[in-house]
Design a protein around this ligand. Structure first.
Ligand SMILES: NC(=O)c1ccc[n+]([C@@H]2O[C@H](COP(=O)([O-])OP(=O)(O)OC[C@H]3O[C@@H](n4cnc5c(N)ncnc54)[C@H](OP(=O)(O)O)[C@@H]3O)[C@@H](O)[C@H]2O)c1
Length: 252
């Protein structure tokens, strides 16, 4: 028996990285997944990687596009008949600079994708399925949303907003049988984070008591737990994944 037998998950931004690993984990535990991303070619590869069309449906589009959100949810219901899990995984971090130097239009874009889109996906899934059937939402936040992070402060502020949104939605939707939780990873080896470790991985990893950076599977395991019935009494929580990184905060 798999934890996701008979269950269906929508995972945004899942053609690679953490989203793809979460999809792989849920499929390996019996689930069906709907994956999204902007590039159809990358999605097609991911569908093949995950076992083909019986298990996976890909819907291409921008996570922040309202029409795409509606289309993905409609297709999920038409193809698989239910939506038990929503993983809001898409996130962007297009600038590396001090907050005071970031153009407001760039800030707005970051908040649009990382916060407003996540809230909108929950609204659409809630209206179409979860309000009557319950479900689980997992938002992919970041350690940067819990601590100041030099160079990625606006991104961090957006992830802090996503964490608060997680708590707010958990409170508002509990009566519908909907649980809402978040994961907050430190540096995970994906193309998104390459600039943070590619040139000096050993040095960066030395700051992690467990001696290594994260890999997508580390986060996927936590997403799967929070999305599953194993976490039936868990809502509004933020699961930090950081190899012990924050244990040494304040200690030289
Ligand atoms: N890696 C880390 O160190 C780390 C740490 C903490 C939190 N996170 C968070 O983890 C999440 C996933 O990141 P990742 O590291 O797995 O990144 P990744 O490997 O770069 O994967 C990002 C995925 O999102 C898709 N995507 C990007 N922008 C999109 C958009 N506007 N609409 C729809 N899909 C979009 C990409 O496909 P297309 O390019 O084809 O759209 C790809 O499938 C993000 O929310 C990130 O903030 C990452």
């Amino acid at each position: 028996m798999g934890r996701f037998d008979g269950k269906v998950a929508i995972i945004t931004g899942a053609s690679r990285g953490i989203g793809l690993a979460a999809a792989r984990r849920i499929v390996s535990e019996g689930g069906r997944v709907v994956i999204t991303g902007r590039k159809p070619d990358a999605l097609e590869k991911a569908v093949a990687d995950l076992g083909g069309e019986g298990y996976v449906l890909a819907v291409a589009g921008k996570a922040q596009d309202a029409e795409h959100q509606e289309e993905a949810v409609e297709q999920a219901l038409a193809t698989f008949g239910r939506i038990d899990v929503l993983v809001n995984n898409t996130g962007i971090n297009p600038v590396f600079d001090a907050v005071v130097n970031v153009d407001p239009s760039a800030m707005a874009k970051i908040f649009e994708v990382n916060v407003i889109a996540a809230a909108s996906w929950v609204s659409v899934v809630h209206r179409a399925w979860m309000k009557d059937n319950g479900g689980a939402v997992v938002n992919v936040a970041s350690l940067a949303g819990q601590y100041p992070s030099p160079g990625i402060g606006v991104y961090g502020a957006s992830k802090a907003a996503l964490i608060n949104l997680t708590q707010q939605l958990a409170y508002e939707l509990a009566h519908n049988g909907i649980r809402v939780n978040a994961v907050a990873p430190a540096v995970v080896k994906t193309s998104f984070a390459t600039a943070l470790y590619a040139d000096n991985e050993e040095e960066v990893a030395a700051g992690y008591p467990l001696g290594r950076l994260g890999v997508p599977e580390d986060v996927a395991a936590a997403i799967a737990y929070l999305a599953s019935e194993d976490a039936a009494w868990v809502t509004g929580q933020v699961h930090t994944l950081d190899g012990g990184r924050t244990l040494s905060a304040g200690v030289e």
